[in-house]
Design a protein around this ligand. Structure first.
Ligand code: PHE
Ligand code: NA
Length: 449
């Protein structure tokens, strides 16, 4: 029996693809992927990452969306309902709670970095009107990080535009925002790869990204690659589950999901091919760039190339857009849940965003007044990323795989995946039942021990 959605519905398959791609494509692809590759030795990291996407990410993505579409509610409510229908232990609804907590943690630092993109877009905009050039990008980036008030302000601005969309709802807010933003993003990235090619270092960048040096693979690389696979596909925290709840019944899940995953992976690889040639051409080592990588290397190129200011503005504006369409999906699950608990959408969105903003101050301070605080060899922002991205997301994904693979009734799976060829269904189910949980568990245990 088909449940009716209460939060709204995507108006078409395309609208869902844009929204889900909007969620997937974000800072994870353009900011995080290049510097993780840079910090983890390049090719070996990239190949492990691609393996995680294919063997773990894709099956779990299908599972999340089908659970969402079957439940038609926010993750916590939907999972609780399904356990009631199937007589499974209520504890499975805990997946929804893990998701909401992970989402709040991720949005807290995501919005801080989203604020950086706004600040850089602003710097280039003001350069168009005669503002000062970014002569020493590393110093400029360092000065920004040293100023907690400025960071908190950009962070607040970013959070404000996120709430603005989520408060407007699925059709009027989420869907309208992604319709023209996503194509524009793709185009700018292609132009930038084109520029990277003119530097003459495309080949070197490609070999750094794709030639594996297996001696570099240790448990740290595995954990980072698995965490990034979940992060980049917006998996393990029920964001995709929530978007699935608004998906029209007729749309084929596997085919649609494949498009989203291909777009996300393409954007990450293109971002690498755009950024590393520039990094290398300025004599910077592509290794060990850290979170500042794109903010310190790209401005060097933008200041040197003809028309670079317009380019810089376009790049950071679009990076902001990519971050924006993702942060919307980070806020939506918790908001939908609060709406089901009886709040208005507007107050629910505001409340959750306020919470994430306040928590984001930990990330803000991790760059200045609390920069001396280190745990597990990381600063506080790194610690939040470790807990949320590298532990909670894979754990959430593991539980989702087990839930969809073993607990959900066969009839529900077949109804949601109608039209999928029988062999595909079988492969998918065994990936979900056995391979995904084992791989994720192996990586997590390896990291702990
Ligand atoms: N997928 C987004 C990115 O790559 C981040 C994200 C994670 C969004 C989890 C939603 C949920 O930037
Ligand atoms: Na992504």
């Amino acid at each position: 029996m088909e449940k009716t959605p209460i939060h709204g519905m995507w108006s078409s398959r395309l609208a869902f693809i844009l929204a889900a791609t909007g969620s997937a494509v974000g800072l994870g692809n353009i900011w995080r992927f290049p510097y993780l590759a840079s910090d983890n030795g390049g090719g070996a990291f990239v190949l492990v990452y691609l393996g995680c996407i294919f063997f773990v990410g894709l099956p779990v993505l299908i599972a999340e969306i089908l659970i969402g579409r079957h439940g038609r509610r926010s993750p916590i409510t939907a999972l609780a309902q399904i356990t009631r229908e199937t007589g499974a232990p209520r504890a499975w609804a805990g997946i929804g709670w893990i998701g909401i907590v992970a989402g709040v943690l991720i949005l807290s630092f995501y919005s801080v970095v989203g604020g950086w993109t706004l600040r850089y877009a602003w710097l280039y905009l003001s350069q168009l009107f005669g503002g000062p050039a970014i002569l020493d990008p590393a110093a400029s980036f360092g000065a920004m990080l040293a100023d907690p008030a400025a960071l908190a302000l950009w962070h607040a601005l970013f959070m404000a535009v996120t709430v603005g969309v989520v408060a407007l709802g699925v059709e009027k807010g989420l869907e309208r925002a992604v319709r023209f933003l996503m194509p524009a993003l793709f185009l700018t990235l292609l132009l930038l790869v084109g520029y990277g090619a003119t530097t003459g270092h495309l080949g070197q960048a490609a070999s750094f990204l794709f030639r594996p040096d297996w001696s570099k693979v240790d448990s740290g690389v595995l954990v980072a690659a698995m965490g990034q696979a979940f992060f980049t596909l917006s998996l393990g925290m029920c964001a995709m589950m929530t978007y699935g709840a608004y998906l029209p019944a007729k749309v084929s899940i596997p085919r649609t999901v494949a498009i989203v995953a291909v777009c996300d992976t393409t954007v990450a690889l293109l971002a690498g091919l755009a950024i590393f040639p520039i990094v290398i051409s300025f004599g910077i080592s592509p290794e060990g760039g850290g979170p500042g990588l794109i903010f310190t290397s790209l401005p060097l190129a933008f200041e040197a190339m003809p028309g670079g200011i317009v380019y810089g503005l376009a790049f950071f504006a679009l990076l902001f857009v990519a971050a924006w369409t993702s942060s919307i999906s980070l806020l939506e699950p918790a908001t939908a849940y609060m709406v089901e608990r009886g709040r208005s959408r507007r107050s629910a969105a505001l409340m959750m965003a306020g919470l994430c903003w306040a928590l984001g101050l930990v990330t803000v301070f991790s760059f200045n007044i609390w920069s001396h605080v280190r745990m597990l060899d990381r600063d506080l922002m790194g610690l939040i990323e470790l807990v949320a991205n590298d532990i909670m997301l894979p754990l959430g994904g593991l539980l989702i795989a087990l839930f969809a693979g073993w607990v959900l009734k066969d009839s529900i799976l077949r109804e949601q995946l109608a039209g999928m060829p029988a062999w595909g269904f079988t492969v998918w189910r065994w990936l979900l039942r056995v391979l995904c949980p084992l791989l994720v568990l192996a990586v997590l245990l390896n990291a702990l021990l």
